[in-house]
Design a protein around this ligand. Sequence first.
Ligand code: NDP
Length: 251
Amino acid sequence: MAPLANTLTLVPGGTRGIGLATAKLFARQGSRVVILGRDLDRIHHVLDKELGPISPSTSPALNHIGLQCDVSKQEQVDLTIKELSKVAPIDFLIHSAGIARDALLMAHKAEDIESVIATNLMGTIWINKAVAKGMMRRKKGAIINISSVVGIQGNMGQTVYSASKSAIIGFSKSLSKELGSRGVTVNVIAPGYIDTDMTSSITEVRKQEIMAKTSLGRLGQPEDVAEAALFLAQAKFITGQVLVVDGGLSL
Ligand code: NDP
């Protein structure tokens, strides 16, 4: 039987980049996957072309699920998780929804600052709050929130993004203490530079500079982060930790 057969994995931000690679990896391991995003066309594309049907040998007659949900809106998150709870309990949450709006603080527009905090930080809080309830009740579950190495060491032009990502670490460590006695683990992945839509506007020269700073001499791929998420999802005695996945960039 597939390792994750008869499990449900929720991936907010599962329509692109790191979240999509994670959704695909968990699906290949036999898990039924639920992806959340704001773009309905993209959700349909991923369900039809990227995830495909669930392996009949693991979960016959079930399909993966895609739902439109803006994680920065608490009402939408609560409604989505309530509807999902009628389908099946959530075993794994890999929270990958996030945005970057980079600017030096003095030039940072108020609306961009608010969007970054509302999506990256408040989105993480709303999703974790809604999902943790069911996991506590079942005394079972693993939560993995996606932060960034920028949340650990900071980066010029990313003050607010960095603040949102640092906050995810403090939030997750604290939540791991609240949920530990209920058998629920909460961990964080801090990726370095990963080749996704989010980083597509970075110039080739800058990419070469970043690559040169990694010990492994290459940029990260979304699948590198997905592998780490799969490891943490199955790790029974690891909680409150931050796993840096950056090829040595931050050393
Ligand atoms: P992408 O831009 O490729 O994907 C972001 C995903 O988040 C999309 O599925 C997007 O869907 C979803 N999303 C964004 N805003 C919302 C929202 N308000 N509600 C619901 N879904 C939303 O980014 P990455 O895959 O690169 O990034 C994933 C996570 O990893 C982010 O948290 C990012 O900060 C973090 N990270 C990325 C790094 C990198 O180098 N790429 C490095 C370190 C951390 P839609 O737009 O349709 O809503």
